[in-house]
Design a protein around this ligand. Structure first.
Ligand SMILES: [Zn+2]
Length: 113
């Protein structure tokens, strides 16, 4: 049994290794393993209060009353937030909330809807 990958072009199993290249004898395609393995981009995983993974565009609700920085308003528990965007940093959710405008939240204070 060989553990060489199948040809990405013609899916032939009869591939062989040549240095750091893989070669397909059927269609003469040559490639390196890096180009087929999924690039392990360090995509940050952001999780909500329940440990569910959040993605851009998700809707969440606030799980506790949150003071809004720079104002006397409070973001009430249960407030629904649509279309979140994940960002880097301590406050890792970028969002727009009706009546509040654009703000940043911590993922630990929300849960996915
Ligand atoms: Zn091939």
């Amino acid at each position: 049994m060989s553990d060489f990958p199948n040809c990405p072009k013609c899916h032939s199993e009869y591939t062989y290794e040549d240095g750091n290249l893989f070669v397909c004898p059927e269609c003469a395609y040559e490639w390196t393993l890096e180009s087929v393995t999924e690039s392990s981009e360090d995509k940050k995983i952001v999780k909500d209060a329940n440990g569910n993974v959040l993605n851009d565009g998700d809707s969440v609700t606030v799980i506790k009353d949150l003071k809004v920085k720079g104002s006397s308003s409070v973001l009430k528990i249960g407030t629904k937030i649509k279309n979140i965007r994940l960002v880097d940093g301590d406050h890792n959710i970028d969002c727009k909330i009706d009546g509040f405008g654009a703000m940043k939240l911590k993922s630990e204070f929300v849960k996915k809807v």
